[in-house]
Write a protein that binds this ligand. Structure first.
Ligand code: KG4
Ligand code: ZN
Length: 435
């Protein structure tokens, strides 16, 4: 089947079109996907000066970008086809206008753009719409959900509500880099040995989840305060780096480890000594706000007497990245042992971090392979463009939900009033949990 998926939970407006199917028989049946079209607009520039994502600004940007991104995704899938049937008679127009004015009575700009889109282009060969319903910023989520409802109603196809975190977990199911030929992706699919453990590390979440099968999740532990990505972003702000800080900290830490500052025997050797919060606690929970505060105090004490040079920042970034990595590895090791997992999945924006990825690869190779242990674990990481927020992962999770019967088959006119209560699963839920 072909799924159009939408992601607007934070600062990315993203829409993709996937072909999805099951390959193999019975017990070896596995989902397989191919990306047919994909478009994404990142608002990073818009939010950089605020040091974080500003919800109402995010919503406004989603409104502006929704229709262009929709058209660009369809175009890349060769599905943006102009109508030739002359059907833009009064009746069809009135039908569209009716739907748009119920759902978008206050959003004139988006309403006009969509009216033009539906009048000009044919219904593409899409079988269902998947959209993120949470967790995330509610004003931002609302745009994706509303867009999905409109597409679902006008094209009369099912709508699949998707949990963003399930998207991050299932993002590893597409691996174009590993497959020799992209065309083959749909024919292969990826074998996953359950139970799996998913370490989800993003700007809003830090969680260890046991995955018994697709759709069957159990939370093993989570952060009690800040998320890892949030800690990266806050530490970046302390040392004067712009949002999002994760990639910038990581780059500076790498320059330090590569010895770029070794000749400057001043501060590059400062023994920053940051804590590894909760590392000895025998559970799967995390805490990163103390680590961030330790950085704040360390920098404050250091800058009483001298300036924080680039070399100091670099060594601090390396120590911070190491502290985070040590904690993530230690807690994940525990989760793998408790659950007897056979697969480790790492997802979420922070999984783009090369040092963290490499450290996990080493840990799994030395502690969870048959040569060294009875518990053999396969490590799965998302391909680079699927680590951070994207809509492809929403399409993947959407297909799995659809296959389990979790979708709304058709929206009728009376479901369009935006204060309706008929489908609570289509409400924006900022704190939606995995279950
Ligand atoms: O998953 P994501 O794109 O959005 C959320 O759902 O939060 O994650 C964004 C987070 C940001 O905090 C960003 O700083 C962090 O992921 N991030 C990184 C790296 N790339 C992105 N953190 C550390 N190292 C990176 N290379
Ligand atoms: Zn995310």
């Amino acid at each position: 089947m072909k799924i159009l998926s939408i992601e607007t939970s934070c600062d990315e407006t993203a829409i993709s079109i996937l072909a999805a199917d099951f390959v193999g028989e019975n017990t070896s049946k596995k989902p397989a996907f191919k990306i047919l079209g994909n478009a994404l607009h990142s608002q990073i520039e818009t939010h950089a000066d605020f040091g974080g994502v500003f919800p109402t600004l995010a919503k406004r940007e989603h409104i502006k970008n929704f229709t262009p991104i929709l058209m660009s995704a369809l175009k890349s899938a060769e599905m943006l086809i102009e109508r030739t049937d002359g059907q833009d008679d009064g009746e069809f127009s009135a039908y569209i206008t009716g739907a748009l004015s119920s759902l978008l009575d206050r959003e004139q700009e988006l309403r006009n753009q969509l009216q033009e889109f539906f009048t000009k282009y044919e219904k593409p060969e899409i079988d269902a719409i998947a959209t993120t319903t949470g967790p995330g910023l509610e004003p931002a989520l609302w745009i994706g959900i509303t867009g999905a409802k409109i597409l679902s109603f006008i094209w009369q196809i099912p709508i699949i509500p998707v949990n963003h975190m399930e998207g991050h977990i299932t993002s590893v199911l597409i691996d174009e880099e590993r497959s020799d030929d992209n065309q083959e992706v749909l024919e292969k699919g990826l074998e996953i040995n359950f139970p799996a453990v998913a370490l989800l590390i993003s700007g809003g979440h830090t969680e260890l989840v046991q995955v018994n099968s697709w759709g069957d999740y159990k939370l093993l532990g989570q952060t009690r305060d800040d998320a890892v990505g949030e800690a990266f972003d806050k530490v970046a702000r302390i040392i004067g780096l712009k949002y999002p800080g994760g990639p910038k900290i990581s780059a500076l830490a790498k320059r330090f480890r590569d010895g770029e500052f070794a000749s400057q025997n001043n501060s590059a050797s400062i023994p920053w000594d940051l804590p590894r919060p909760m590392i000895t606690k025998r559970d799967c929970d995390f805490s990163f706000s103390g680590l961030k505060t330790s950085v704040l105090y360390a920098v404050r004490d250091y800058t009483k007497n001298t300036e924080l040079h680039e070399a100091d920042k670099a060594s601090l970034c390396a120590e911070f990245e190491q502290a985070v990595t040590d904690v993530l590895i230690s807690k994940t090791r525990r989760a793998l042992e408790i659950s007897g997992a056979r697969t480790l999945i790492i997802g979420g924006g922070v999984s783009a971090n090369t040092y963290i990825k490499d450290s996990f690869k080493k840990m799994i190779a030395s502690e969870f392979t048959f040569e060294n242990s009875e518990q053999n674990v396969t490590l799965l990481l998302p391909q680079k463009n699927l680590s951070t927020d994207n809509s492809v992962m929403i399409g993947i999770a959407g297909f799995l939900q659809y296959s389990n019967g979790h979708f709304i088959s058709k929206l009728a006119k009376e479901h369009l009033a935006w204060d309706q209560t008929e489908f609570p699963e289509l409400r924006a839920k900022g704190n939606l949990r995995l279950e």
